[in-house]
Write a protein that binds this ligand. Sequence first.
Ligand SMILES: Cc1ncc(COP(=O)(O)O)c(C=O)c1O
Length: 495
Amino acid sequence: MLQTNQVNTTSSTIALPFLQTKEQIAVLLNEYIERSKNGEGPVLLQEKPEQIAQELQLDTVFENGFQNLEDLIDFVKTYLAHTNHLNNPKYMGHQVAVPQDLSGIPDWIHGTVNNPSSLYEMGPAGATLEGFMINWMLSKFNWFKGSNLCDFSTHATNGSGLLTHGGSIANLTALSAARAAIAPEAWTEGNPSDLVVIGPATAHYSVVRALSIMGMGKNAYVPVPVDQNEVILTSHLERVYKEVKNQNKRVMAVVANACATSSGLFDPMEEMAAFCKKYKLWFHVDGAHGAVAILSEKDKERVAGIEKADSIIWDAHKMLQVPSLCTAVLFKNQEHQWNNFRQKGSYVFHENEVIGMDSMPYTVECTKSALGTKLFWSFALKGEQPMIEFIETSFQKARDLYSYLCSLEDFYCPYIPESNILCFQFRPDQLSDQDQLALRYELINSGAFYITSCEFQEKRFLRTVLMNTKTGHEDFVELAETIRKIGSSILSNKH
Ligand SMILES: Cc1ncc(COP(=O)(O)O)c(C=O)c1O
């Protein structure tokens, strides 16, 4: 038997002691979380890949493996130093969840037992948690008709859903279902040439990409004009629809942003739903980021009408604190899910005789991770009400930052935020788009903050996504001061 601190070197593979290794990793991660939360060290240290490869000694480790526990620990320390520290309060970057301290445990368990949740018999626990969380999500839109969330039977009027690896695959899955509804023959015979999708010009790129992947071509997306805040102009829906009809095209789906990736603003879903009802069109809501608003009494007006959609996607790895990836695809009518991928895979699909539920017939992926476990865990660590409070607080933080920046003469915010995303510019009168971009690079290269940038109103904006529980007003003040310092030096270099 191995002593805990001994390494088995009898074979060419080194067997590292399980408990001791995990314990030491836990110590490192604990330090990592604490230091990040205290704002110690840079948010991001972005070295060149050659430099990182050298520091990690990738060649040697790949060839020989870790020689002992110290090697492994050194590797992890170096690896962690080269991460983007999302736990740092000055991380205000992409729409990627800042996890809870213990959010990584399901990934650890999954990495040990490796039970994919797509086939019930390959992971009954994971599949059950997925079924439970899907019921919970469906219930928020009144699409769940069971007696309680552990009721997994398929009631005639139930909606349905599944978890998948990310919003892009989720949009593809939903749009494929929309095609199956209007042109079921497309699965075997290929696309009819008259199908189009209409929606805001600012839909996430994965929507148009999905159409290309589906063989419809990106021109099958017909953009509807948006207002100055890039929100769909519903007054133009009718016109665009009629133009499309005059070209003998059929509308496969109407897409809404809930919310738009760049601005965090929501399309008016109630009006879009009424339009879809009038013409009997499939209504798809891309709620990757903002579907969570449904959970909050304060913020749910943002998604009014969402329950009238035919399909919704909802990323749990954005606002539900789940480590990436985990996205739900939800259908109001369960038959739309069943009819999506009409294909046999005789080694896996045994339709009637299975215990439990298989999601595999309805997913793009064949094998998938234990996504339901990660999602469930996020709530198990916190409870539903504190999760709702986290969402409301994050939305409020964007409004606070907006008020603060509006109080400063040299900052410009183009709109009142509706979610936890806010775009702004520093001295737009003096700094060009290129300068705003340079400012952002200098800011993140300093390691002091991590923010993103985006195009909005055909201009370059700085962009923050506020989802770190530790980020507070003092960070906003420091952000503005740091931006002012960098921006002023860019300005003086220009003159
Ligand atoms: C509105 C919207 N849809 C879809 C996506 C794609 O999601 P994912 O990154 O999970 O593929 C995003 C990502 O930011 C998004 O904001």
